[in-house]
Write a new protein. Structure first.
Length: 295
């Protein structure tokens, strides 16, 4: 005698158990009935889907990633591989959805997340584009100094020195480099509204930026990294600390040594999660402040 099915349980054929047919790309066709010949099964219940998700992750629910995050990772990989160049328009949501075998809504959610991370730019009526690290974007995303009581302008810069050299212990530590690694090290001053407000010491691995030391550098280095070397800065990790101005920095800033200044220690990471730049900035804060938006 067969046991009664619990209330709300749907009977399913005992011989055929097919959750989903593999689709293109990600192999996931969310929210659709599975069709095999003349047979059609409805999508799994939430409980069944959770069990399927557990099977995919070897029983580890913590390892499960939502479908839109899988799409996010796939598109991020394409950005890292320079399949799409900075400023280039992406295929439409419908084209991407068909290619990856997911719904258009899932693609839209992944694109929204990439846009929130400043890796893509949505332009009304035109489409979605790969973000470019131009001066305007850098001011609002990476350059956090603002004049007190005034509208922020675009900072200007002047290179003081640049050379290739053996990496120091600190540079190897911050950039995860081997003992015999070399870096391109540069020092420059930056100004807001024509007034010098900080001095920067920047180090990048020579292996990732060949020939950088011989180039004429633009105001915005991140744009050069992307267009010339195929390295897009995805995130930056910063540590802020109040210090006394070192004697070797004082002449560049035009102020006495020993006065209070803000030190910003930044490691910039690319799309492949590699530390690619270490930047140590010494900032005057008499008439400017560091602005940060927390979400």
């Amino acid at each position: 005698m067969k046991a009664a099915l619990p209330s709300g349980t749907r009977p399913r054929p005992p011989a055929l158990r097919i959750d989903r047919l593999p689709g293109a790309g990600l192999g996931l066709n969310e929210g659709r009935d599975t069709v095999l010949g003349n047979l059609s099964f409805p999508p799994p219940t939430p409980g069944e889907q959770r069990r399927t998700d557990m099977e995919r992750t070897g029983g580890n629910a913590v390892g499960f990633r939502p479908l839109y995050r899988q799409v996010y990772d796939t598109l991020l990989r394409r950005l890292a591989d320079a399949v799409w160049q900075p400023g280039q328009i992406l295929p439409s949501e419908g084209v991407l959805a068909a290619e990856l075998g997911v719904s258009q809504g899932t693609v839209r959610k992944a694109l929204d997340a990439l846009t929130a991370d400043s890796l893509l730019v949505r332009r009304q009526g035109r489409g979605t584009f790969v973000a470019e690290h131009d001066d305007k974007q850098s001011v609002f995303r990476f350059f956090k100094l603002r004049p007190d009581g005034a509208v922020a302008g675009t900072p200007t810069s002047r290179v003081v020195a640049i050379a290739e050299a053996a990496a120091t212990i600190d540079e190897r530590d911050r950039l995860a480099l081997l003992r015999n690694a070399r870096v391109v090290r540069l020092e420059r001053v930056r100004a807001l509204d024509g007034r010098i407000c900080l001095v920067e010491t920047i180090a990048v691995p020579s292996s990732l930026f060949p020939g950088l030391a011989a180039m004429e550098l633009p105001n915005t280095l991140y744009s050069l990294y992307a267009t010339r070397f195929g390295i897009t800065i995805a995130t930056a990790h910063e540590r802020l600390k109040a210090i006394a101005l070192a004697p070797d920095k004082a002449p560049l800033l035009g102020v006495p040594a020993g006065i209070p200044v803000l030190e910003v220690d930044r490691v910039a990471v690319d799309l492949e999660d590699r530390p690619v730049e270490w930047r140590l900035s010494t900032c005057l804060t008499e008439d400017i402040h560091y602005a940060s938006v927390l979400r």
